[in-house]
Structure formats: C-alpha cells, structure tokens
Design a protein around this ligand. Structure first.
Ligand code: NAX
Length: 323
C-alpha cells in the first residue's frame, strides 16, 4: 500500500468542505489508490458540527481513509501535512468594510501561515480557497519564511472552469474541446477571463465568437458568476468550489492536461508586480507548475491585466502590517 498522504482542510464544518472532504476521501483528488489521513480544522464554536462531519466520514467506510483528526488547533491540523486546503475564512459581516474583511482574514491566515511553517511537511502544497483568497495566500506565505513562497497558491480554477463552460455552451462544443483558457489576476470581480489564446478543436476561439459577446457578455458573466449563484441558490457556490479545489490539487500533484489557471506568487512575468499572488496560465508536471511564457498581450488584455493587478497591490497595501 502507498504511504498515506496527510491532507489538512480548514473550515471542515463549512459548506464547501461538506462536498470537498467526501470527494477527497473517495480518491478524486489524489487518485483511487492513494490512502489519505484527513486533518480537519475548525474554530471552537463549530467543533460540534465538525464532530458530525467526522461521524459521516466514518459512516462512509471509505477504503482510502486511514485516519481522521478533528481539531481547533492549527498546529495539530497542519502537523506533517502534505497538502493544505485553507477553506475556512471570516465571511463579510453586516457593516463590514472591505478593509475590515481583509484585516480579519489577515489575522487568521497569519496564524495558519506560522503553523504551516512550524509543523507541515517541508514540501507542503497549500491552496487558499477562503476569500480574499489571493491576499490570504500572500499573508500565509509571508508568515512561513521557512517554506518556499511558490508552495502557496490561491484558487482561480473555479473561474477557469466557469469560463470553459460558458465558451463551450456558446460554441456548441464540449469543455474538453477547449484548450488555452486563462484567468488572469485576482479571484474577484476584476479577474480577467481571456480567450485570446484559446483553441476549440484547433481553431482560434476568438474567431468563433463575436467580440461584442466576448466583451459584454462572457467576461462579466464569468466575473459575476459567484453572485449569480448566490442569487439563484440562496447560498454561495459550494460543490463547484470543492470540485475546482480538487482539480487544482489533482493537477499540481499529478500533472495537468494542458494549460490551467492558478494564482501563484508573481515572478514579474507579463510585467506583473513581483510577489503578489496573481492568477497565471500554468502547466503542471512532476509535482510542480510553470508559467506559460511568451503569449502575446494586446492593448485590451493589458488594460484588464493591469486593473486586476492594481486591485491586488491595493489589497496588499491594506494588510502590510501583517506581512
Ligand atoms: P462556510 O461559512 O460555510 O464555512 C466556512 C467554515 O470555516 C465555517 O465552518 C467556519 O467555522 C470555518 N472557519 C472560520 N474561521 C476559521 C479558522 N480560523 N480556522 C478554521 N476554520 C475556520 O463557507 P464556505 O461556503 O465553505 O466558503 C468558504 C470560503 O470559500 C469563503 O471565504 C468563501 O468566500 C470562499 N470561496 C472561494 C471561492 C474561490 O473560488 N476561491 C469560491 C467559493 C467560495 O465563495
């Protein structure tokens, strides 16, 4: 039997985790022959609910689950973790300004960054899902000086997957016919879903859809999809977010089938401010990822890429005290 992989998940009693944990336990993230140890973190008021989740995991009798740890102590949750999914976050409360939200989450993610630094596997792969995901990842990384910043990533895969389906439905094709989708920047309404390098069955996507649809319909639909889900469902995206988190880690660990979008520390590629956690087109192989280089950026794209970069710089400035 393979050595079990330790997967830490924060916000274990939340709605995304209610989908995520069970799919990981079923082998969807790391493969059908890879045993896992689930290390679930919650805050004290949610420990009872977490207990219920653990009961349900046990009741599934998953062959791949070797052990389950449920705790409210980040040092325990991240102990020797190989993969850390930081899902739990402070939601925006009534009357809370954006800066308050950034600050409240910054405190959570600085504690978790330190715990990862001190207790996780030296090769831990970290995915931040909890919003504001990109800046939360930056804070966690800044508080983990012994880990490589490249080990800290944030999730734009849900946006990527949303964009794939919008384009597939518009062109009457299947998502698997599309290659080269890119989400640039922040996981927020400023993100830039870019089809300039997309091919559908080998043909340029930009030639198959009209520019007006692309600019006035596709881009805002992808950017505002989260709000549309809340409007329709009365709750934010959960199963789709869990599925995207699984795709992100699956590809990072086992390799991607072509280009995918991951928010990673900028190395200055495409003229983006180094250090901010910016979503780039990447290809994953051998347990690593590399930014796809050399893509042409026209004026329209440059403007959009800069707008989302500016937002990330502003978010970073708002939490500078914790970096
Ligand atoms: P829920 O409110 O259902 O669950 C969050 C859970 O996190 C709660 O059980 C809470 O007790 C726990 N928690 C809070 N602080 C914690 C801490 N310091 N340590 C451990 N656990 C803590 O939210 P859910 O719908 O699961 O969403 C989780 C996060 O994902 C939110 O921040 C949400 O905004 C974000 N999202 C990010 C997406 C992305 O694409 N990056 C998309 C989906 C989602 O909106």
């Amino acid at each position: 039997m393979k050595t079990p992989v330790r997967v830490a998940i924060t916000g274990g009693a939340g709605q995304i985790s209610y989908s995520l944990i069970f799919r990981i336990a079923a082998g969807d993230m790391l493969g059908p022959d890879q045993p896992v140890i689930l290390q679930l973190l919650e805050i004290p008021p949610a420990m009872d609910a977490l207990k219920g989740v653990v009961m349900e995991i046990n009741d599934c009798a998953f062959p791949l689950v070797q052990d389950i740890v449920a705790t409210d102590d980040p040092d325990v949750a991240f102990a020797k973790a190989d993969v850390a999914l930081l899902v739990g976050a402070r939601p925006r409360g009534k009357g809370m300004e954006r800066a308050d939200l950034l600050q409240a989450n910054a405190e959570i993610f600085s504690v978790q960054g330190k715990a990862l630094n001190d207790h996780a596997s030296r090769d831990v792969k970290v995915l931040v899902v909890g919003n504001p995901a990109n800046t939360n990842a930056l804070i966690a990384s800044a508080n983990a000086p012994d880990l490589d910043p490249g080990q800290f990533t944030a999730m734009t895969r849900l946006d990527h997957n949303r964009a794939l389906t919008q384009l597939a439905q518009k062109t009457g094709k299947h998502v698997t016919d599309i290659e080269g989708m890119i989400i640039w920047g922040n996981h927020s309404a400023t993100q830039y879903p870019d089809i300039a390098h997309c091919k559908i069955d080998g043909k340029a996507a930009a030639d198959l859809v009209d520019q007006n649809w692309y600019r006035s319909d596709f881009i805002p639909t992808v950017q505002k999809r989260g709000a549309a889900i809340i409007e329709a469902r009365g709750a934010s995206s959960a199963a789709s977010a869990a599925s995207a988190a699984i795709d992100h880690i699956h590809d990072w660990v086992l390799g991607s089938d072509g280009i995918v979008s991951m928010a990673i520390p900028s190395d200055g590629s495409y003229g983006i401010e180094p250090g901010v956690i910016y979503s780039y087109p990447v290809v994953c192989q051998n347990g690593g990822y590399e930014i796809v280089q050399g893509l042409d950026v026209d004026d329209f794209s440059r403007e959009k890429m800069t707008a989302t970069e500016t937002e990330l710089r502003e978010e970073r400035a708002a939490v500078e005290n914790l970096l």
